[in-house]
Write a protein that binds this ligand. Structure first.
Ligand code: SF4
Length: 688
């Protein structure tokens, strides 16, 4: 019996697995009731996770694809790695190191994310690395850095939710995306606390809420401005806290002066009376916790939207108060750790900025290279993909832990950029839609076949322990990076030992914003996880942050005056409705894993629309409809539901299709694409 964690979302629920040492055997999932985050509870994805081992479509040998025929040929590891290295060296000689790009993932372990960033900058010498986490929580990360001087999704344990008086969920459907977390909301309500859900859809989470607010997609920022306007007007802000712990309040107070409730109603569609009731609820509570997720963040205004909600939490005096404050509910399994160890275009390990000379000197010292040899800042994830095959962009791309063909915005355009590459290499566990168009596919280990750390949404560093042997022919990503680095004549070797890599990661992070220096595998085992920052072996870790001071040099949080801007694309005569996207209970991210688990229903995509809209266009429940945007078209069965706004349609993104429609407009600060809203047309599909 091995204690470990779920292979999917950022909750990283604890579980017990049996089956150690049995190659290709399916382990059995059992409760780990003592793990504090989920206390034994799992969602259906977690309970069925062992199905990942059932063998359906698992890759067990490297593959080379013939572009003329599209056929794959199994080859040895030596042939695959030699082919990749030879072609990368030739490309680098011809076009320079930035001709090679690297695309990582928020599901990779901390050790893999760290080693991938080091591999890109030292073995390849390229600045062109970013990862799919840029599309997950980057707007909240950007806002947290600006407001608090530090980005940790939740700066408190998730269980603190139970101690709040009011929890406001802005764009989170956690009852479906991370169901065990909803238990904390239930405990809060049993105590008499209130849950507010803000979402264009009446989701399963909204069904459990005391207050449900249903704004037009892309208008959360205006709602926050209106709430703060009323808090100021009603003298409900905490002036003592503001004076003692923040800066920038005067500008923010002035900026919300014109956001009276009737104006908010015109922009958001939320009745003025509901805006007043929401402000009164928040202003009258002792402990308010505001939690944002992708619904608020995946917009071209995502960073400012999060800042607007942080302004509300700061004005109420909540940040740094136990049972209150602001937090982001990160999505991917290692959404938090994935952004801390150097696979982002602008960062080095320890959440250090790559253009900071002191940061470069520290990390270069740990790596044993010269600071001047490290490349500078690269392109953000979408901009990197958009540049592929162009005169200045990479002509080869290495992809680890990401299924870009399904998950990238404006996916048809991205697929054409991938086709323009000289070389596409994908390391994955199955022949995902992205692996299927690669020139070289490398089969790698997954989840319980290997040991490595993840950092969950609370900043708790946990250990996924190996419970079964990997299939013959499969190698770990660390082995792949080490083998390629040697063939690329890297100036330094790359360890294949995860615990050794973690110890080096700790040294690289020492003194940085995300300091892991005092964390070891043994401590994680003994303590059921350790919260960063944890700078020394005798440091207890930091479950709650900002209790006495924030991470800016003066110890104060920053208010930021932000303006409402609409989405990059709004409905018009040709594309008259809003399209929004999201997740369903049974699936995770691009579905590359969960669509292959037999116990999870693979329903395929669908289009949710309101009966009024369905009636207007003549759509029938269950019959196919076609959705078009300026970027693409897809067809799927209609689901006619009263839970969505009449001016909005919803498509889940776990299958090919939804992201052919989505907009690649980017947030200017975080470079987050606008996944959550664009203008669309919907009509009954023409039967062929
Ligand atoms: Fe827990 Fe998330 Fe796994 Fe479900 S998918 S069991 S909520 S970690």
């Amino acid at each position: 019996m091995t204690t470990t964690h779920c292979p999917y979302c950022s909750l990283q629920c604890g579980m017990r697995l049996t089956g150690r040492g049995r190659a290709r055997a399916t382990p059995e999932v059992g409760e780990w009731a003592e793990f504090p985050v989920n206390r034994g509870a799992l969602c259906r994805k977690g309970w069925s996770a062992a199905g990942l081992y059932a063998g359906r479509e698992r890759l067990t040998t490297p593959l080379l694809r013939d572009r003329a025929t599209g056929e794959f040929t199994p080859v040895s590891w030596d042939e695959a790695l030699d082919t990749v290295a030879t072609r990368l060296l030739a490309l680098r000689a011809e076009r320079g190191p930035d001709a090679v790009g690297v695309f990582g993932g928020g599901g990779l372990t901390n050790e893999k994310a760290y080693q991938l960033g080091k591999f890109a900058r030292v073995a390849l010498g390229t600045s062109q690395i970013d990862y799919n986490g840029r599309w997950c929580m980057s707007s909240a990360a950007s806002a947290g850095l600006r407001a608090f001087g530090l980005d940790r999704g939740l700066p408190f344990p998730l269980a603190d939710v139970e101690d709040a008086d009011v929890v406001v969920l802005v764009g989170s459907n956690l009852a479906e995306t991370m169901p065990p977390a909803a238990r904390h909301l239930d405990a809060l309500r049993e105590r008499g606390g209130k849950v507010v859900v803000i979402d264009p859809r009446r989701t399963a989470t909204a069904d459990r809420a005391d207050v449900f607010v249903q704004p037009v997609p892309g208008s959360d920022l205006a709602l926050a401005l209106g709430v703060l306007h009323l808090l100021v007007a009603g003298d409900l802000v905490d002036e003592d806290y503001i004076a003692a712990r923040t800066t920038g309040w005067d500008d923010v107070r002035e900026s919300v002066g014109a956001w009276w409730p009737e104006r908010v109603e015109r922009v958001t569609g939320v009745p003025a009376v509901e805006v007043r009731e929401l402000a009164a609820l928040l202003g009258g509570a002792s402990k308010v916790m505001v939690l944002t997720a992708r619904g608020a963040e995946q917009h071209s205004t995502g960073s400012d939207t999060v800042l607007a909600w942080i302004n509300v939490a700061l004005a109420l005096g909540m940040c740094g108060t136990p049972g209150a404050g602001y937090g982001c509910l990160t999505g991917q399994g290692n959404g938090q750790g994935g952004r801390e160890h150097g696979q982002k275009a602008d960062q080095l390990p320890g959440y250090r900025m790559i253009d900071d000379p002191a940061a470069r000197a520290h990390v270069a010292g740990v790596w044993g290279v010269e600071p001047d040899d490290l490349p500078g800042k690269g392109r953000s994830a979408y901009e990197l993909l958009d540049s592929l095959g162009t005169e200045t962009g990479p002509h080869a791309l290495l992809v680890f832990g990401s299924n870009i063909v399904v998950s990238a915005p404006n996916a048809t355009h991205v697929a054409s950029r991938l086709e323009s590459l000289d070389l596409l290499v994908v390391a994955d566990i199955v022949l995902s839609e992205t692996a299927a168009v690669a020139d070289v596919v490398l089969p790698v280990t997954q989840w319980a076949e290997e040991t490595g750390t993840m950092t969950n949404l609370e900043g708790r560093v946990i250990l996924r322990q190996q419970a079964v042997s990997p299939p013959a022919g499969v190698r770990s990503d660390l082995d792949v990076l080490s083998g390629l680095a040697a063939r690329l004549e890297s100036p330094i070797p790359f360890s294949t030992d995860a615990e050794e890599v973690f110890a080096e990661l700790g040294r690289a992070s020492a003194g940085g914003k995300a300091d892991y220096a005092g964390i070891t595998y043994q401590r994680i085992r003994d303590e059921a996880g350790v919260f960063w920052p944890c700078p020394t072996p005798d440091h207890p870790g930091t479950p709650r942050m900002f209790l006495d001071s924030f991470a800016h040099a003066d110890g104060r949080a920053r208010f930021h005056a932000v303006e409402h801007r609409g989405p990059a694309e709004v409905p018009d005569a040709d594309f008259p409705v809003h399209l929004t996207t999201g997740r369903v209970l049974a699936h995770y991210q691009s579905g590359a894993q969960t669509r292959r688990v037999r116990d999870l229903p693979d329903t395929g995509p669908f289009v949710e629309l309101h009966p009024m809209l369905a009636g207007r266009i003549g759509a029938q429940d269950g019959a196919p409809v076609t959705v078009a945007t300026r970027r693409g078209v897809m067809s799927a069965p209609a689901r006619v539901v009263t839970s969505i706004r009449p001016d909005t349609i919803f498509v889940p993104f776990h299958w090919v299709g939804a992201n052919r429609l989505t907009n690649d407009a980017l947030d200017p600060a975080s470079r987050m694409p606008e996944f959550k809203v664009c203008a669309a047309a919907v009509r009954p599909a023409v039967e062929q």
